[in-house]
Design a protein around this ligand. Structure first.
Ligand code: ADP
Length: 578
């Protein structure tokens, strides 16, 4: 069936024709654009090809360079590219730009080498090792040498340089490596040092030994030490007079002691006194210098045996570090006390012990350091020991630790004084005791202390402690007070305070009583008995004038078969125990 022809509207025909010609135009435009794009594309491909060729050639060149055996050198200076002449313009400026270079130490020579484009100059620091190509271009930085000599920082010259102590008496100026830039380096620190290039490479991490050296600003004063009045006076005369009046000493041709040796059984205040010396000196200096100078006493506490045990062969370095730390503090005018606890471990008599290390290297090193203290009048060495017989006599010669003071176990009066330091009137006191003394707290405390002191100093069976059996068979009884110490008194008081708290919580009765103190004393001595050391007893026997060796320590035989004890304690008022 034929479709009926619809006549075309001439106007529509016109419009369609116009659109057709428009589309033709657009198409020819697009064709043109496509042609241009294709041309551009060709150019790009060409450029890429060229670049690829360049890159390949470069890669080849570099890899050839890097394959060759390369020299290593150490960077002494990084010369960044600098533009000279701000007045220059355009191309002239580029010409005036100097190339990045490095000054390096290589085989004992110093050479300036260019920096290869493959190495970013910003990654290079002084002290780093760089690889040099055959053509001597620095092409890679491979970090810092992990090895080196150990040296001690003595002084800071400027941002880039420091003075290092490299031997007992040699010093050298060294460059600071990039590793040490901005690090909190201090005088006395140990660094690894490359003696060929003269660069201080890295901080040698603080050893545990250095951490054994506790540095503090003591707050203990002489008033905190109980019962050692005479000894303290002796120490103050020996230490403070020459310290405060060096001119008088010079005038009278007397040299100030560099130190003192405190000896006697442990726990009786040697450390306390040494701290008090540091604080007192600082106080006195501040008084004389005026409040404007903020001076402090420093206390360097060195534990001899730990220093030796943990760091065989390292001790000398530690000792050097300790003394230079002291020098650093002292140079600002601060008095410094270097305290050697258990000094006999470090200053052992030469030729007596097994440890050749101590005898051959440590003792001479310490002596040299002590002798060197001379130039600084505000460093004082205080040694503490309970075996002064083991200390090398060279240490005790005039001009070294020539003041020897025995710090003994407390006597009755001393014991009462030490108790007085810890049982204070302002503590909660037992109502019964207070009532007995009409509310006079001071009197109540005194009475309680008297009671416990009386108890401790009685020498009867109940207080018999250990028997010292001598090599010749003699049996010498010991009593509580033969083992008394300041530390033990403190323990007794702490125990009594805990008892008082317990009593309060259980019975509602508050306050420390004489009974608490006496009970605590008994418990404390009981507990300490097993820990009593031979050394304590040997010291005690020696003190009493026994020359026969100790064979064993035994608990006293109780009952009728107990031997007749003989007490030789000169301090005991009530004589031999029955
Ligand atoms: P040492 O150095 O003689 O072994 P310390 O001075 O370290 O003994 O004493 C240990 C602790 O015992 C001190 O911190 C203190 O609490 C107490 N102490 C010892 N002796 C006394 C004393 N004479 N006066 C007051 N407290 C003392």
């Amino acid at each position: 069936m034929a479709e009926s022809q619809t006549p075309i509207d001439p106007r529509e025909h016109q419009t369609a024709l116009r659109q057709l010609s428009l589309m033709r135009d657009q198409r020819s435009n697009l064709d043109k654009q496509l042609k241009v794009a294709a041309q551009r594309n060709d150019k790009l491909v060409q450029a890429l090809e060229t670049a690829r060729g360049d890159i390949l050639r470069l890669k080849q060149a570099i890899s050839q360079d890097l394959e060759a055996p390369m020299n290593q050198a150490q960077v002494l200076r990084v010369n960044r590219p600098v533009r000279s002449g701000a007045s220059l313009t355009g191309d002239a400026r580029a010409v005036a730009e100097t190339q990045a270079s490095l000054d390096v130490a290589m085989g004992g020579r110093t050479v300036r080498v260019p920096v290869s484009p493959v190495l970013d100059i910003d990654d290079v620091r002084v002290g780093m090792t760089v690889l040099l190509t055959e053509t001597m271009g620095a092409c890679a930085a491979i970090g810092y040498r992990p090895t080196g000599e150990i040296a001690t920082v003595r002084e800071f010259l400027d941002e880039d340089r420091l003075v290092l102590g490299t031997g007992s008496n040699t010093q050298t100026v060294a460059l600071r490596s990039g590793r040490l830039e901005g690090s909190a380096l201090r005088v006395g620190d140990a660094v690894s040092f490359d003696s060929v290039s003269g660069v201080a490479l890295d901080v040698v991490p603080k050893t545990e030994a250095e951490e054994l050296v506790l540095e503090e600003i003591p707050t203990t004063s002489y008033a905190d030490v109980g019962g050692l009045g005479t000894q303290i006076e002796q120490i103050r005369d020996a230490v403070e007079l020459p310290f405060l009046h060096p001119e008088l000493y010079r005038e009278h041709e007397l040299s100030a002691p560099k130190g003192i040796l405190l000896y006697g059984p442990p726990g009786n205040g040697k450390t306390l006194i040494a701290k008090a010396v540091a604080k007192s000196l600082a106080d006195r200096v501040e008084e004389t210098a005026g409040a404007s100078r903020n001076l402090r006493g420093y206390f360097l506490n060195i534990k001899g045996p730990e220093l030796l045990d943990k760091f065989v062969g390292e001790t000398e370095r530690q000792i050097r570090a300790i003394f230079s730390r002291a020098r650093e503090k002292a140079s600002a005018g601060n008095p410094v006390v270097i305290f050697f606890d258990e000094m006999e471990s470090l200053f052992r008599t030469r030729g007596a012990g097994k440890s050749s290390d101590v005898e051959t290297t440590i003792v001479p090193q310490l002596l040299a350091e002590i002798d060197g203290v001379e130039s600084l009048n505000n460093v004082i060495v205080i040694g503490a020991t309970n075996r002064e017989d083991m200390i090398d006599p060279a240490v005790l010669r005039p001009g070294r630790l020539d003041v020897k003071v025995r710090i003994d176990r407390p006597d009755r009066a001393g014991t009462a004084q030490i108790f007085g330091l810890y049982v204070r009137e302002d503590l909660p006191l037992d109502a019964g005791v207070l009532a007995e003394h009409d509310g006079d707290r001071a009197a109540a405390v005194r009475a309680m202390i008297e009671a416990v002191v009386e108890e401790i100093f009685r020498r009867d069976d109940e207080r018999r402690y250990l028997d010292a059996v001598l090599a010749d068979g003699r049996r010498i009884p010991t009593y509580w007070n033969d083992f008394l110490s300041g530390a033990l008194i403190r323990n007794i008081v702490d125990r009594a305070k805990k008892l008082a708290i317990k009593t309060y919580l259980q019975e509602g009765v508050k306050g420390i009583s004489g009974e608490h103190l006496v009970r605590s004393a008994r418990d404390e001595f009981d507990q300490q008995r097993d820990a009593a050391s031979r050394a304590d007893v040997e010291d005690w026997l020696k003190y009493l004038g026994f020359s026969v060796a100790l064979s064993s320590l035994e608990r006293p035989l109780t009952g009728e078969d107990g031997p007749e004890g003989l007490s030789l304690d000169p301090r005991a008022k009530d004589g031999a125990g029955s």
